[in-house]
Design a protein around this ligand. Structure first.
Ligand code: SAH
Length: 248
C-alpha cells in the first residue's frame, strides 16, 4: 500500500475527490491511503499565520518557511517510512507519465501544496523534487497534488477494473493512444473504421499502431523522437507532419 499525505492550508479539499469513483474504491480496498495535514497546526500565534509580505516588496503574500520546516520534522517520524517530499511550483520539472510511474513505486509520498504567491525559497531545501503540472498558474498546489495521486494510483495493480487498461493507453508506448469507438457502428452516417469490426486481431493491432503514429505526428510531434519508430513509421509520421505544415 502506498501512503500519500498532503501538507496544505486547505485539508478539506481532498476528501470529496479521493473518496469518489475509482480513487474511492482503490482507497477502500487498501491500494493507497491518504491523510491531509493542516500546515496551520505548525504555527504558534493566535491567528495561525502561514504567510507574510515578501522581502524586497512586490505583490501579494508568501508562505513563511518555518511551518514547513517544523511540519517536515514532525512528519518524518521514525515509525513510518521516510517520506519522499514533493513540492509544487510552475518552476518545477514538468510532470508526465514517467514521473507518475516512478512516484507510484514510493512507499510514502508527502505532497507540499503552496498558496498565495508561493513559498519562501528556503523551504525548498526540504524537497526531494519540485513538480510543475504545466505552463500555467494555479491558485494552489492542491489540484496538482490530486493529479499526482490520481495518476499514480491508477497505475497500481487492482486500482482499475480491467488490469490491462493502464498498459494500453496514451504514453504507455511513448505515443498518443489510437482512436476508439463503441456502438453504434454507424451514427447518422459517421462510420467506425471497417477493420475494427472485422474481428481480425492482427489487422486491428496494425491499424491501431498506425493510428497512434498518425495522431502523435499530428498533435504531439515532440513525442516521436523517443517513441522508437520503425523506418516505415517514420515515413508515415513525416508524411502527416508535412500535411499539417500545409494546413497552417
Ligand atoms: N508566484 C508563483 C506562483 C504561485 S501560485 C510563480 O510565479 O511561480 C501558488 C501555488 O500554486 C504554488 O506555490 C504551487 O504550489 C501551486 N501551483 C501553481 N501553479 C502550478 C503549476 N503549474 N504546477 C504546480 N503547482 C502550481
Amino acid at each position: 500500500m502506498i501512503r500519500f499525505e498532503a501538507l496544505t492550508v486547505f485539508p478539506e479539499m481532498f476528501e470529496p475527490y479521493l473518496s469518489s469513483s475509482i480513487m474511492g474504491r482503490a482507497r477502500a480496498r487498501g491500494i493507497f491511503s491518504f491523510e491531509a495535514h493542516d500546515l496551520r497546526d505548525w504555527t504558534h500565534d493566535r491567528h495561525r499565520t502561514v504567510d507574510d509580505a515578501p522581502f524586497g516588496g512586490g505583490q501579494g503574500m508568501l508562505m513563511k518557511c518555518a511551518p514547513f520546516f517544523e511540519a517536515l520534522r514532525d512528519l518524518s517520524r521514525a515509525d513510518l517510512p521516510h517520506p519522499h517530499v514533493v513540492f509544487f511550483s510552475p518552476s518545477g520539472v514538468r510532470y508526465d507519465q514517467s514521473v507518475a510511474q516512478r512516484l507510484a513505486r514510493e512507499e510514502r509520498v508527502l505532497l507540499v501544496c503552496g498558496r498565495y504567491e508561493g513559498i519562501d525559497e528556503r523551504a525548498l531545501e526540504l524537497a526531494d523534487e519540485t513538480i510543475s503540472m504545466g505552463d500555467y498558474v494555479l491558485t494552489g498546489g492542491e489540484l496538482a497534488a490530486l493529479a499526482v495521486i490520481d495518476s499514480c494510483v491508477r497505475l497500481l495493480p487492482g486500482a482499475l477494473g480491467d488490469e490491462m487498461s493502464a498498459l494500453d493507453e496514451s504514453f504507455s508506448d511513448g505515443l498518443l493512444e489510437y482512436a476508439q469507438y463503441t456502438r453504434p457502428a454507424d451514427f447518422e452516417g459517421r462510420q467506425v473504421p471497417e477493420v475494427l469490426l472485422s474481428g481480425n486481431h492482427a489487422a486491428i493491432a496494425a491499424w491501431r499502431r498506425k493510428n497512434s503514429v498518425e495522431r502523435t505526428a499530428r498533435w504531439r510531434p515532440d513525442l516521436l523522437e523517443s517513441a522508437g519508430l520503425t523506418e516505415d513509421e517514420w515515413a508515415l509520421a513525416r508524411c502527416v507532419m508535412e500535411q499539417e505544415e500545409g494546413r497552417r
